[in-house]
Design a protein around this ligand. Structure first.
Ligand SMILES: [Fe+2]
Ligand SMILES: [Fe+2]
Length: 246
């Protein structure tokens, strides 16, 4: 059963906890004149997420469908949403459109240029391309310029069935998750630390977000710039050094 919480004005978190892996999958609906869904969820979660969205808006009225990078929890159910929402259009990075979505999606995407924004009504979402952050060549994030909210996908990944929003130590939880995944032979190397990772995180910090919206775990309310700076240190420490040298 999905849990629904309004975590900021017009921004709803639809959370499904998967006990087998003790992980939340969070989908976000912006309830505005032109409703936006960020993260379609997996195909097998579609009925549950759709029914949760239907308690907030008519799913057929969705206008925009976005995500960070090509992966089943990000955009696996894209075509199911396109089937039930005739006006909905996928939005993604230019790389995402070129290498995946122009072929994968049943309707053409709108590829957003770096820093191009869409207006949903009361909100304006700017695309920030973030190649390989959290992972994937095509990765990007959306930033609500008016509310200073960053939809940051797997960044700040936290394990567990957690509260919708925290002002606590989200960087510590993120660090714990990376350490746990690095110790797992299947899940290790979840995110790369590339020569651009710190630069990208600094660029995100410069946006001065007040809310960091996480796909897995709690969203963080507070000094987003400080959290992003600290995340860079955590990622470099755990992911930036070859395992043999750690
Ligand atoms: Fe991912
Ligand atoms: Fe994810």
């Amino acid at each position: 059963m999905a849990r629904i919480d309004e975590i900021a004005t017009d921004l709803y978190r639809i959370s499904i906890h998967m006990p087998q892996i003790d992980l939340q999958f969070n989908h976000f609906l912006v309830k505005d004149d032109q409703p936006l869904l960020f993260h379609t969820g997996m195909r097998r979660m579609f009925p549950e997420v759709r029914d949760a969205v239907a308690t907030l808006i008519d799913p057929a009225s969705l206008r925009w469908i976005g995500w960070s990078h090509f992966e089943v929890d990000e955009c696996g159910a894209l075509n199911q949403w396109l089937d039930i929402a005739p006006q909905a259009q996928p939005i993604c990075t230019e790389v995402g459109a070129l290498v995946n979505i122009q072929d994968f999606a049943n309707r053409p995407p709108r590829a957003l240029h770096p820093d191009e924004a869409i207006e949903t009504g009361r909100h304006r979402y700017r695309l920030v391309p973030t190649p390989h952050l959290p992972h994937g060549w095509d990765a990007g994030m959306l930033f609500d310029e008016r509310e200073r909210i960053l939809l940051c996908s797997d960044l700040f990944h936290q394990v567990g069935d957690l509260e919708p929003v925290t002002s606590g130590d989200v960087v510590g939880r993120f660090s714990d998750a990376i350490v746990a995944y690095q110790a797992n032979p299947v899940l290790m190397d979840y995110m790369p630390f590339t020569r651009e990772t710190r630069t990208l995180l600094k660029r995100l910090a410069a946006l001065q977000p007040k809310l960091l919206v996480a796909m897995h775990g709690s969203s963080f309310s507070g000094d987003g710039a400080a959290a992003l700076d600290a995340a860079a240190d955590v990622m470099e420490r755990h992911l930036g050094v070859p395992s043999a040298q750690r």
